[in-house]
Design a protein around this ligand. Structure first.
Ligand SMILES: NC(=O)c1ccc[n+]([C@@H]2O[C@H](COP(=O)([O-])OP(=O)(O)OC[C@H]3O[C@@H](n4cnc5c(N)ncnc54)[C@H](OP(=O)(O)O)[C@@H]3O)[C@@H](O)[C@H]2O)c1
Length: 313
């Protein structure tokens, strides 16, 4: 698998990340370990987890991070880039204070994460959500205190707008502090129909208007749910991807798949791999067959006509 060096870091991460939100819950522990072994065997090294995973399942809080600890125990830490996240807002099964990005809240999240992971430090620590009520300067200072403690090697932001992330990085640079080196947002060929993006704690996808600014700033995007939309729509689900535009894009993906002998999932991933800024899709599969199919998308090069057909559908 190709690797990507995260700008301004010594972190060399594989082109696909391994999402663990469902490991040990929807995906039984041993099955997830088999899929992970296949991922490692293919050269994958970038693990994604979070403090709040998988609190949406009864007894699920902390299961993903503990699963990562078990995977590291079995397969070794050498060469792995381990990312976790903290500072998530409240949801059902995950009570939080209203000020979910308060330094003491994130500090406690990090301590609990490291305990579950059985590690002294993580390679990358993301703030899981943004709270636009908090000035970026305060957030940058608090994140730098975490990094100064030696428990976090590099910083990232998840579900942030490009505008806020770049403002935070300007603030960090002006003070000679560490900046965010990566953004983790939803990004895929299909866009969900979410109505709000800017309220405290909202999830975000990468807007077309943000892509060039992120690319110019050298901020790669770890793309969460890279194929969830296309697989849901293919199954005929009437969820948040069931829009006119997405149905047209799915048809376009089917045409490109027929031309190239690939699957629609591979077309959706190849589309992401061809984008600026650099996209690192985070795969959330519990199936070795689906994992191999996804990884093979790296070898699929779409022509500019095919990319245009997908974008303009
Ligand atoms: N920062 C955030 O706010 C945030 C939010 C969500 C997720 N994440 C991260 O991103 C990771 C991935 O998210 P995700 O699970 O939504 O990603 P995803 O890989 O886009 O979607 C996974 C879903 O697609 C199915 N799938 C994958 N390949 C398939 C194929 N070829 N055919 C049919 N179905 C297929 C999987 O089922 P099978 O298991 O059967 O393959 C699973 O249900 C998470 O684990 C987490 O680490 C971050």
């Amino acid at each position: 698998m190709e690797t990507v060096i995260l700008p301004n870091t010594d972190l060399s991460v594989s082109r696909f990340a391994f999402g663990t939100a469902d490991c040990g819950t929807r995906i039984p522990t041993d099955q997830a370990l088999r899929v992970f072994e296949t991922y490692r065997g293919a050269g994958g090294n970038f693990i994604d987890t979070a403090h709040c995973y998988s609190a949406w399942v009864p007894e699920g809080l902390g299961v993903s991070e503990r699963w990562v600890a078990e995977a590291v125990r079995r397969f070794g830490r050498q060469g792995l880039a381990i990312a976790t996240k903290g500072g998530h807002c409240a949801f059902d099964g995950y009570p939080r204070p209203d000020a979910f990005l308060a330094p003491e809240v994130v500090e406690r999240d990090l301590s609990e994460s490291l305990e579950r992971l059985r590690m002294d430090s993580v390679d990358l620590y993301y703030l899981h959500r943004d709270d636009p009520r908090v000035p970026v300067d305060e957030i940058v200072d608090a994140c730098n205190r975490l990094a100064d403690s030696g428990r976090v090697r590099h910083l990232g932001a998840s579900n942030w707008s490009a505008e806020r992330l770049l403002a935070a990085n300007r603030s960090a640079r002006s003070k000679g502090l560490r900046a965010f080196v990566i953004l983790q947002n939803h990004w895929s060929l299909l866009q969900p129909n979410w109505s709000s993006l800017d309220a405290p704690g909202d999830v975000r996808y990468v807007l077309d208007s943000e892509r060039e600014r992120l690319a110019e700033a050298g901020i790669p995007v770890a793309a969460w749910a890279p194929v969830r939309g296309i697989t849901e729509l293919e199954r005929g689900s009437s969820g948040s991807y069931d829009t006119e535009r997405n149905r047209r894009r799915l048809e376009a993906a089917r045409r490109v798949a027929a031309e190239t002998g690939a699957t629609t999932t591979q077309v959706a991933l190849a589309y992401l791999l061809s984008q600026r800024p650099t996209a690192i899709p985070i795969l959330g599969t519990g199936s070795e067959t689906h994992l191999r199919e996804a990884l093979a998308a790296e070898g699929l090069r779409l022509t500019s006509e095919q990319l245009e057909a997908l974008e303009n559908a």
